[in-house]
Write a protein that binds this ligand. Structure first.
Ligand code: G3P
Length: 219
C-alpha cells in the first residue's frame, strides 16, 4: 500500500520523505489556504517546491468547476511537473474532464467521492486515483471503511485499474484497516502516519534493553 501525505506543509512533507515511507503528496484548496498559500504565482511555486521534495505523485486540485475551465487549469498544472496529478471533483464536468485528461495520458485524482456509484463513474472515466473521504463519512455516522470495501469489490470484479486512494484519513487505525481492505493508497496527515510507530511495549522494551546494557557495562 502506498503512503501519501495529505498536506501542503513543506516541513511535514520533508519529514515524511526523510522517514523513507513517502510515496506521494495530496493537497486541496483548504490545505493550501491553511499554509497561507494564496495567489496564482505562489500556488504554482508551492507545487513546484512540493515536487522537489517527494519522488512520488503530487495531486494538485483545480478550482474551476466547468469543463472548459477545468481543462485549461488542469493542463497548466500538468505542465508544471511530470509527477503532477490533476485533482478533479466528482461532478458532471469533473467526470468529463477526467475522461479528457485520461485520453491525453495525464494522470487524474477524482476527489470528493462519498459513494460506490461515484467511484464506479470515476473508474469508467479512467481516473488514475479515486479518493473516497472516509473520515468525513464517519463524521456523519456512516461507515467510511465500508465504502473502501465496496469500491475494492467493484473494481476487482471488472479489473478497473483506477487506484483506491483512501482520503480523509484521521488516525492510525484508519490506515491499518485500509490496508486490510486492500486500498491501493492512503493519504493521511503526518500525525496519523507517525502514530503507527507507537506502542508502549516498544518504549518499555527499549528502555529495559538500554538499562540492562548500561548495568552490564558498568560491572
Ligand atoms: O484528501 C482529502 C482530505 O484532505 C480531507 O480530509 O480531514 O479534511 O476530511 P479531511
Amino acid at each position: 500500500m502506498k503512503f501519501f501525505i495529505d498536506t501542503a506543509n513543506l516541513a511535514q512533507i520533508k519529514e515524511a520523505h526523510e522517514l523513507g515511507v513517502l510515496d506521494g503528496v495530496t493537497t486541496n484548496p483548504s490545505l493550501m489556504a491553511k499554509e497561507g498559500i494564496t495567489g496564482h504565482e505562489n500556488i504554482i511555486s508551492h507545487y513546484k517546491a512540493i515536487c522537489g521534495i517527494t519522488d512520488g505523485d503530487v495531486s494538485a486540485e483545480v478550482i474551476a468547476t466547468t469543463f472548459d475551465e477545468m481543462v485549461a487549469e488542469g493542463e497548466a498544472l500538468a505542465k508544471l511537473h511530470e509527477r503532477i496529478v490533476v485533482k478533479l471533483p466528482m461532478i458532471k464536468d469533473g467526470v468529463r474532464a477526467i475522461k479528457y485528461f485520461t485520453d491525453k495520458g495525464i494522470k487524474t485524482n477524482c476527489t470528493l467521492v462519498f459513494s460506490a456509484g461515484q467511484a464506479l463513474l470515476a473508474a469508467k472515466a479512467g481516473a488514475t486515483y479515486v479518493s473516497p473521504f472516509i473520515g468525513r463519512l464517519d463524521d456523519i455516522s456512516t461507515d467510511g471503511l465500508q465504502l473502501i470495501e465496496d469500491i475494492r469489490l467493484i473494481y476487482d470484479n471488472y479489473g478497473y485499474k483506477t487506484q483506491v486512494l483512501a482520503a480523509s484519513v484521521r488516525h492510525p487505525m484508519h490506515i491499518v484497516n485500509c490496508a486490510k481492505l486492500g486500498a491501493d493508497v492512503i493519504t493521511a496527515p503526518l500525525g496519523a502516519i507517525t502514530a503507527l510507530l507507537k506502542h508502549p511495549l516498544t518504549d518499555n522494551g527499549l528502555a529495559q534493553f538500554l538499562a540492562d546494557h548500561a548495568k552490564a557495562a558498568s560491572k
